[in-house]
Ligand binder design. Structure first.
Ligand SMILES: [Zn+2]
Length: 136
C-alpha cells in the first residue's frame, strides 16, 4: 500500500473530480425521463471526455440496468449499502483517483452534503440508538 502513494495529487485530483462530474452528468442524462433535443449531442460530447476503459466499465453497468456512479455517504455506498473502506473514502476526499465500490462495482463519489445538524451542546454520551420505525 505504501508504494502506491500517488505522486500526482495536484493535477490528478482535478482531473479525477472532473471525470466524476462528467460521469454523473452522463448518468443523469441517460437515466432521466425527459430527453431534451440536445441530449444526444451532449452525451457524445461527455463520452468523448471519458477515458475508454472507464467508459467501458460504466457502460457495462448501465447495460445491466444499473447506475454506473454511486454516492458514498457515511462511508457507505448508497447503491448497495455496503460499507466502503476508509482508505477509499480518503482517496475520494483527496480526489486522487477514481474508486470503485468493492461490492457493486460502481464508480464512487463522495457526497458530503451536510445533513441538518442537531446541535448537542452537552457531553456526548455513547448510547446506542435504536431506530424506531413506527408504522403510519
Ligand atoms: Zn456499492
Amino acid at each position: 500500500m505504501l508504494g502506491a502513494f500517488p505522486l500526482f495529487c495536484d493535477d490528478g485530483g482535478v482531473v479525477m473530480k472532473e471525470l466524476l462530474k462528467i460521469l454523473l452528468e452522463l448518468q443523469s442524462i441517460e437515466f432521466s425521463e425527459a430527453h431534451p433535443d440536445n441530449a444526444e449531442a451532449r452525451l457524445t460530447e461527455l463520452r468523448g471526455k471519458v477515458p475508454p476503459q472507464i467508459l467501458g466499465h460504466y457502460d457495462r453497468l448501465v447495460a445491466r440496468g444499473k447506475k454506473g456512479v454511486a454516492a458514498v455517504r457515511h462511508q457507505t455506498c448508497t447503491a448497495c449499502h455496503m460499507s466502503v473502506p476508509l482508505g477509499t473514502v480518503m482517496t475520494l476526499r483527496h480526489g486522487d483517483d477514481i474508486q470503485l465500490c468493492g461490492n457493486c462495482g460502481r464508480y464512487l463519489y463522495l457526497d458530503e452534503t451536510p445533513e441538518p445538524v442537531v446541535e448537542t451542546p452537552r457531553k456526548i454520551t455513547r448510547r446506542r440508538k435504536t431506530k424506531q420505525l413506527t408504522p403510519a
